[in-house]
Design a protein around this ligand. Sequence first.
Ligand code: SF4
Ligand code: SF4
Ligand code: SF4
Length: 245
Amino acid sequence: MALHVKKERRDFIQYSTLGVLGLVLAGGVVSAPYLKADEKRLRPPGAVEEDRFLALCIKCGQCLQVCPYHSIHLADFAKGYGMGTPYIDARKRGCYLCGAVPCVLACPTGALDHDTEKPEDVKMGIAVLEFPKSCLAVTRTPVPKEQIQRIYSHPHTRELEENVLKKLSTFEGKPCTICADMCPLPNPLSAIEMIVTPMGITRPQVKNGCVGCGVCEELCPALEPAIVVKPRMRYEDFYKEGAQS
Ligand code: SF4
Ligand code: SF4
Ligand code: SF4
């Protein structure tokens, strides 16, 4: 078993044990692992609707074991609900939309739906330019080297991961188009492109092909991500009646 999987499991067991002890002491025990929080969590590709997902996922960790980008984590007690279920923390590592979607293939229960066969089938959420004032394209700030240092510390033990960092480094000192140019969809223009508004402002525009993989959020060099993924939302949910940000 890969080292990172062992660590995820160790952390999960440690937090689970502490969590169960705490709950016993507090007098409320059984239902906590199945509680749902208001906050939606970004799930791996193919995740079925949240209630079914929590019922079907057996917390086996197969999906994270096969992920070549270290994108998937197992929720520990500190995350509050769905203990042991897989999730993606986009700011730490998005999903790079592998062609054959191996995480889905590895899922033995259908918690990750096997109808998700290719990147375009994925529906994790939708990207939103939440903080345009932080966007380096909007503020016409060349990408500062020190602001992508954070990303160089992300997992990079595999060639695929190294290739991401190599491509990212080519943006240093240049106008920022990272979210649009690093989008891992086979046809990234279906998901996001840089536009110039009638006011002459350059900024990314999300389109209805976005699958919510979170790579733009991970790689956005703004100190706080200007672009974020809304888990489990669809394009129509957010960008309705001219609400395109
Ligand atoms: S599609 Fe690839 S990168 Fe994304 S979670 Fe699955 S295995 Fe990991
Ligand atoms: S990566 Fe971030 S800072 Fe750069 S253009 Fe996209 S939203 Fe703006
Ligand atoms: S726009 Fe962002 S969230 Fe959407 S598919 Fe591209 S990288 Fe993923």
